[in-house]
Ligand binder design. Structure first.
Ligand code: AMP
Ligand code: ZN
Ligand code: FE
Ligand code: FE
Length: 280
């Protein structure tokens, strides 16, 4: 039986595999349905499609967007199952890319204010279509300011790091509305990362997103345990949401993710999620 994977990244954002390589890796891993969900861009799809067709992989157009809601960064996945998004959508995505570029300049400035010799152009050299914090992390490691990518995030560019800067981002309600209008379905990425004091409070926040028109919950993810996955499956059912699952594969930029698998790479992503998503 073929595996499914609804969350993966390429070199068009902050993954380390090119779109074509990613499809080949997915095929080798036994994946039959793959959504590429780069941050803020859908440019990998066209590049990956010919290889996907030649290998018999069903390729799904996706994207991962960063929203600002409930006092935190919330990642939202969008899937366009049957057709490409309506044209207004790419204009809106372009605005988000602009917000990211602006953030990158402010981030570099903050690092410089801390006395680090890091320029935005150096991080840009690691990215193709866009530049993300993992690319800055690589520069910090290369220049000896941090021993590992993890340390670069912890000390400097992670949410608690000294150089962290906020980015312009839409609310979940606004993003969900845009995705719907463009002909797509939305899923709350790695819901375990929704930060709240208690599980009940986390549930309240997610209930609010459901009320705002969210379509699905990414119950299966590399960073979620079996117990957590079951909790999110039950939550999805309660709120009338579909369920999605993805590895969040970033190649060498994220340890532990295995294509087609969740729960630290230990379990296949259930194939049935595909049916629910089509009905969403
Ligand atoms: P950006 O979209 O440029 O703000 O970068 C966000 C990406 O950075 C996430 O999707 C992760 O891949 C990565 N990331 C965020 N926090 C960490 C962390 N603490 N350690 C390693 N990678 C991280
Ligand atoms: Zn990423
Ligand atoms: Fe994410
Ligand atoms: Fe991701």
């Amino acid at each position: 039986m073929k595996l499914v994977d609804f969350h993966s990244h390429t070199t068009e954002s902050d993954g380390t595999s090119t779109p074509e390589q990613l499809v080949r890796e997915a095929h080798a891993a036994g994946v039959g349905t793959l959504a590429i969900t780069d941050h803020d861009t859908m440019s990998a799809y066209e590049q990956a499609l010919p290889v996907a067709e030649s290998l018999g992989i069903r390729l799904i157009r996706g994207i991962e967007l960063t929203c600002k809601d409930a006092g935190q960064n919330i990642h939202l996945l969008a899937f366009f199952l049957n057709r490409e998004p309506r044209p207004e959508f790419s204009g809106w995505v372009e605005e988000m890319l602009e917000g990211r570029r602006d953030r990158n300049h402010r981030l570099a400035k903050r690092l410089q204010d801390l006395g680090l010799d890091v320029r935005v152009e150096e991080a840009e050299r690691h990215g193709r279509q866009l530049t993300g914090r993992p690319h800055f992390a690589r520069v910090l490691v290369d220049k000896g300011y941090a021993a590992t990518i993890r340390e670069a995030f912890d000390r400097y560019i992670g949410e608690s790091g000294d150089a962290y800067v906020q980015r312009e981002a839409p609310t979940v309600a606004a993003a969900v509305h845009r995705i719907r209008a463009a002909g797509g379905v939305s899923s709350l990425a790695h819901p375990i990362r929704v930060t709240a004091g208690t599980e009940a409070m986390q549930r309240e926040i997610i209930a609010g997103f459901a009320g705002a028109g969210l379509d699905a919950l990414e119950a299966y993810h590399t960073d979620q345990t079996e117990t957590e996955s079951m909790r999110f499956v039950a939550m999805a059912e309660k709120f009338g949401l579909a369920v999605t699952g993805g590895s969040d594969y970033h190649g060498g930029n994220k340890a532990g993710a295995v294509l087609g698998r969740c729960m630290g790479g230990s379990r296949p992503i259930p194939e049935w999620i595909w049916l629910g998503l089509q009905a969403a």
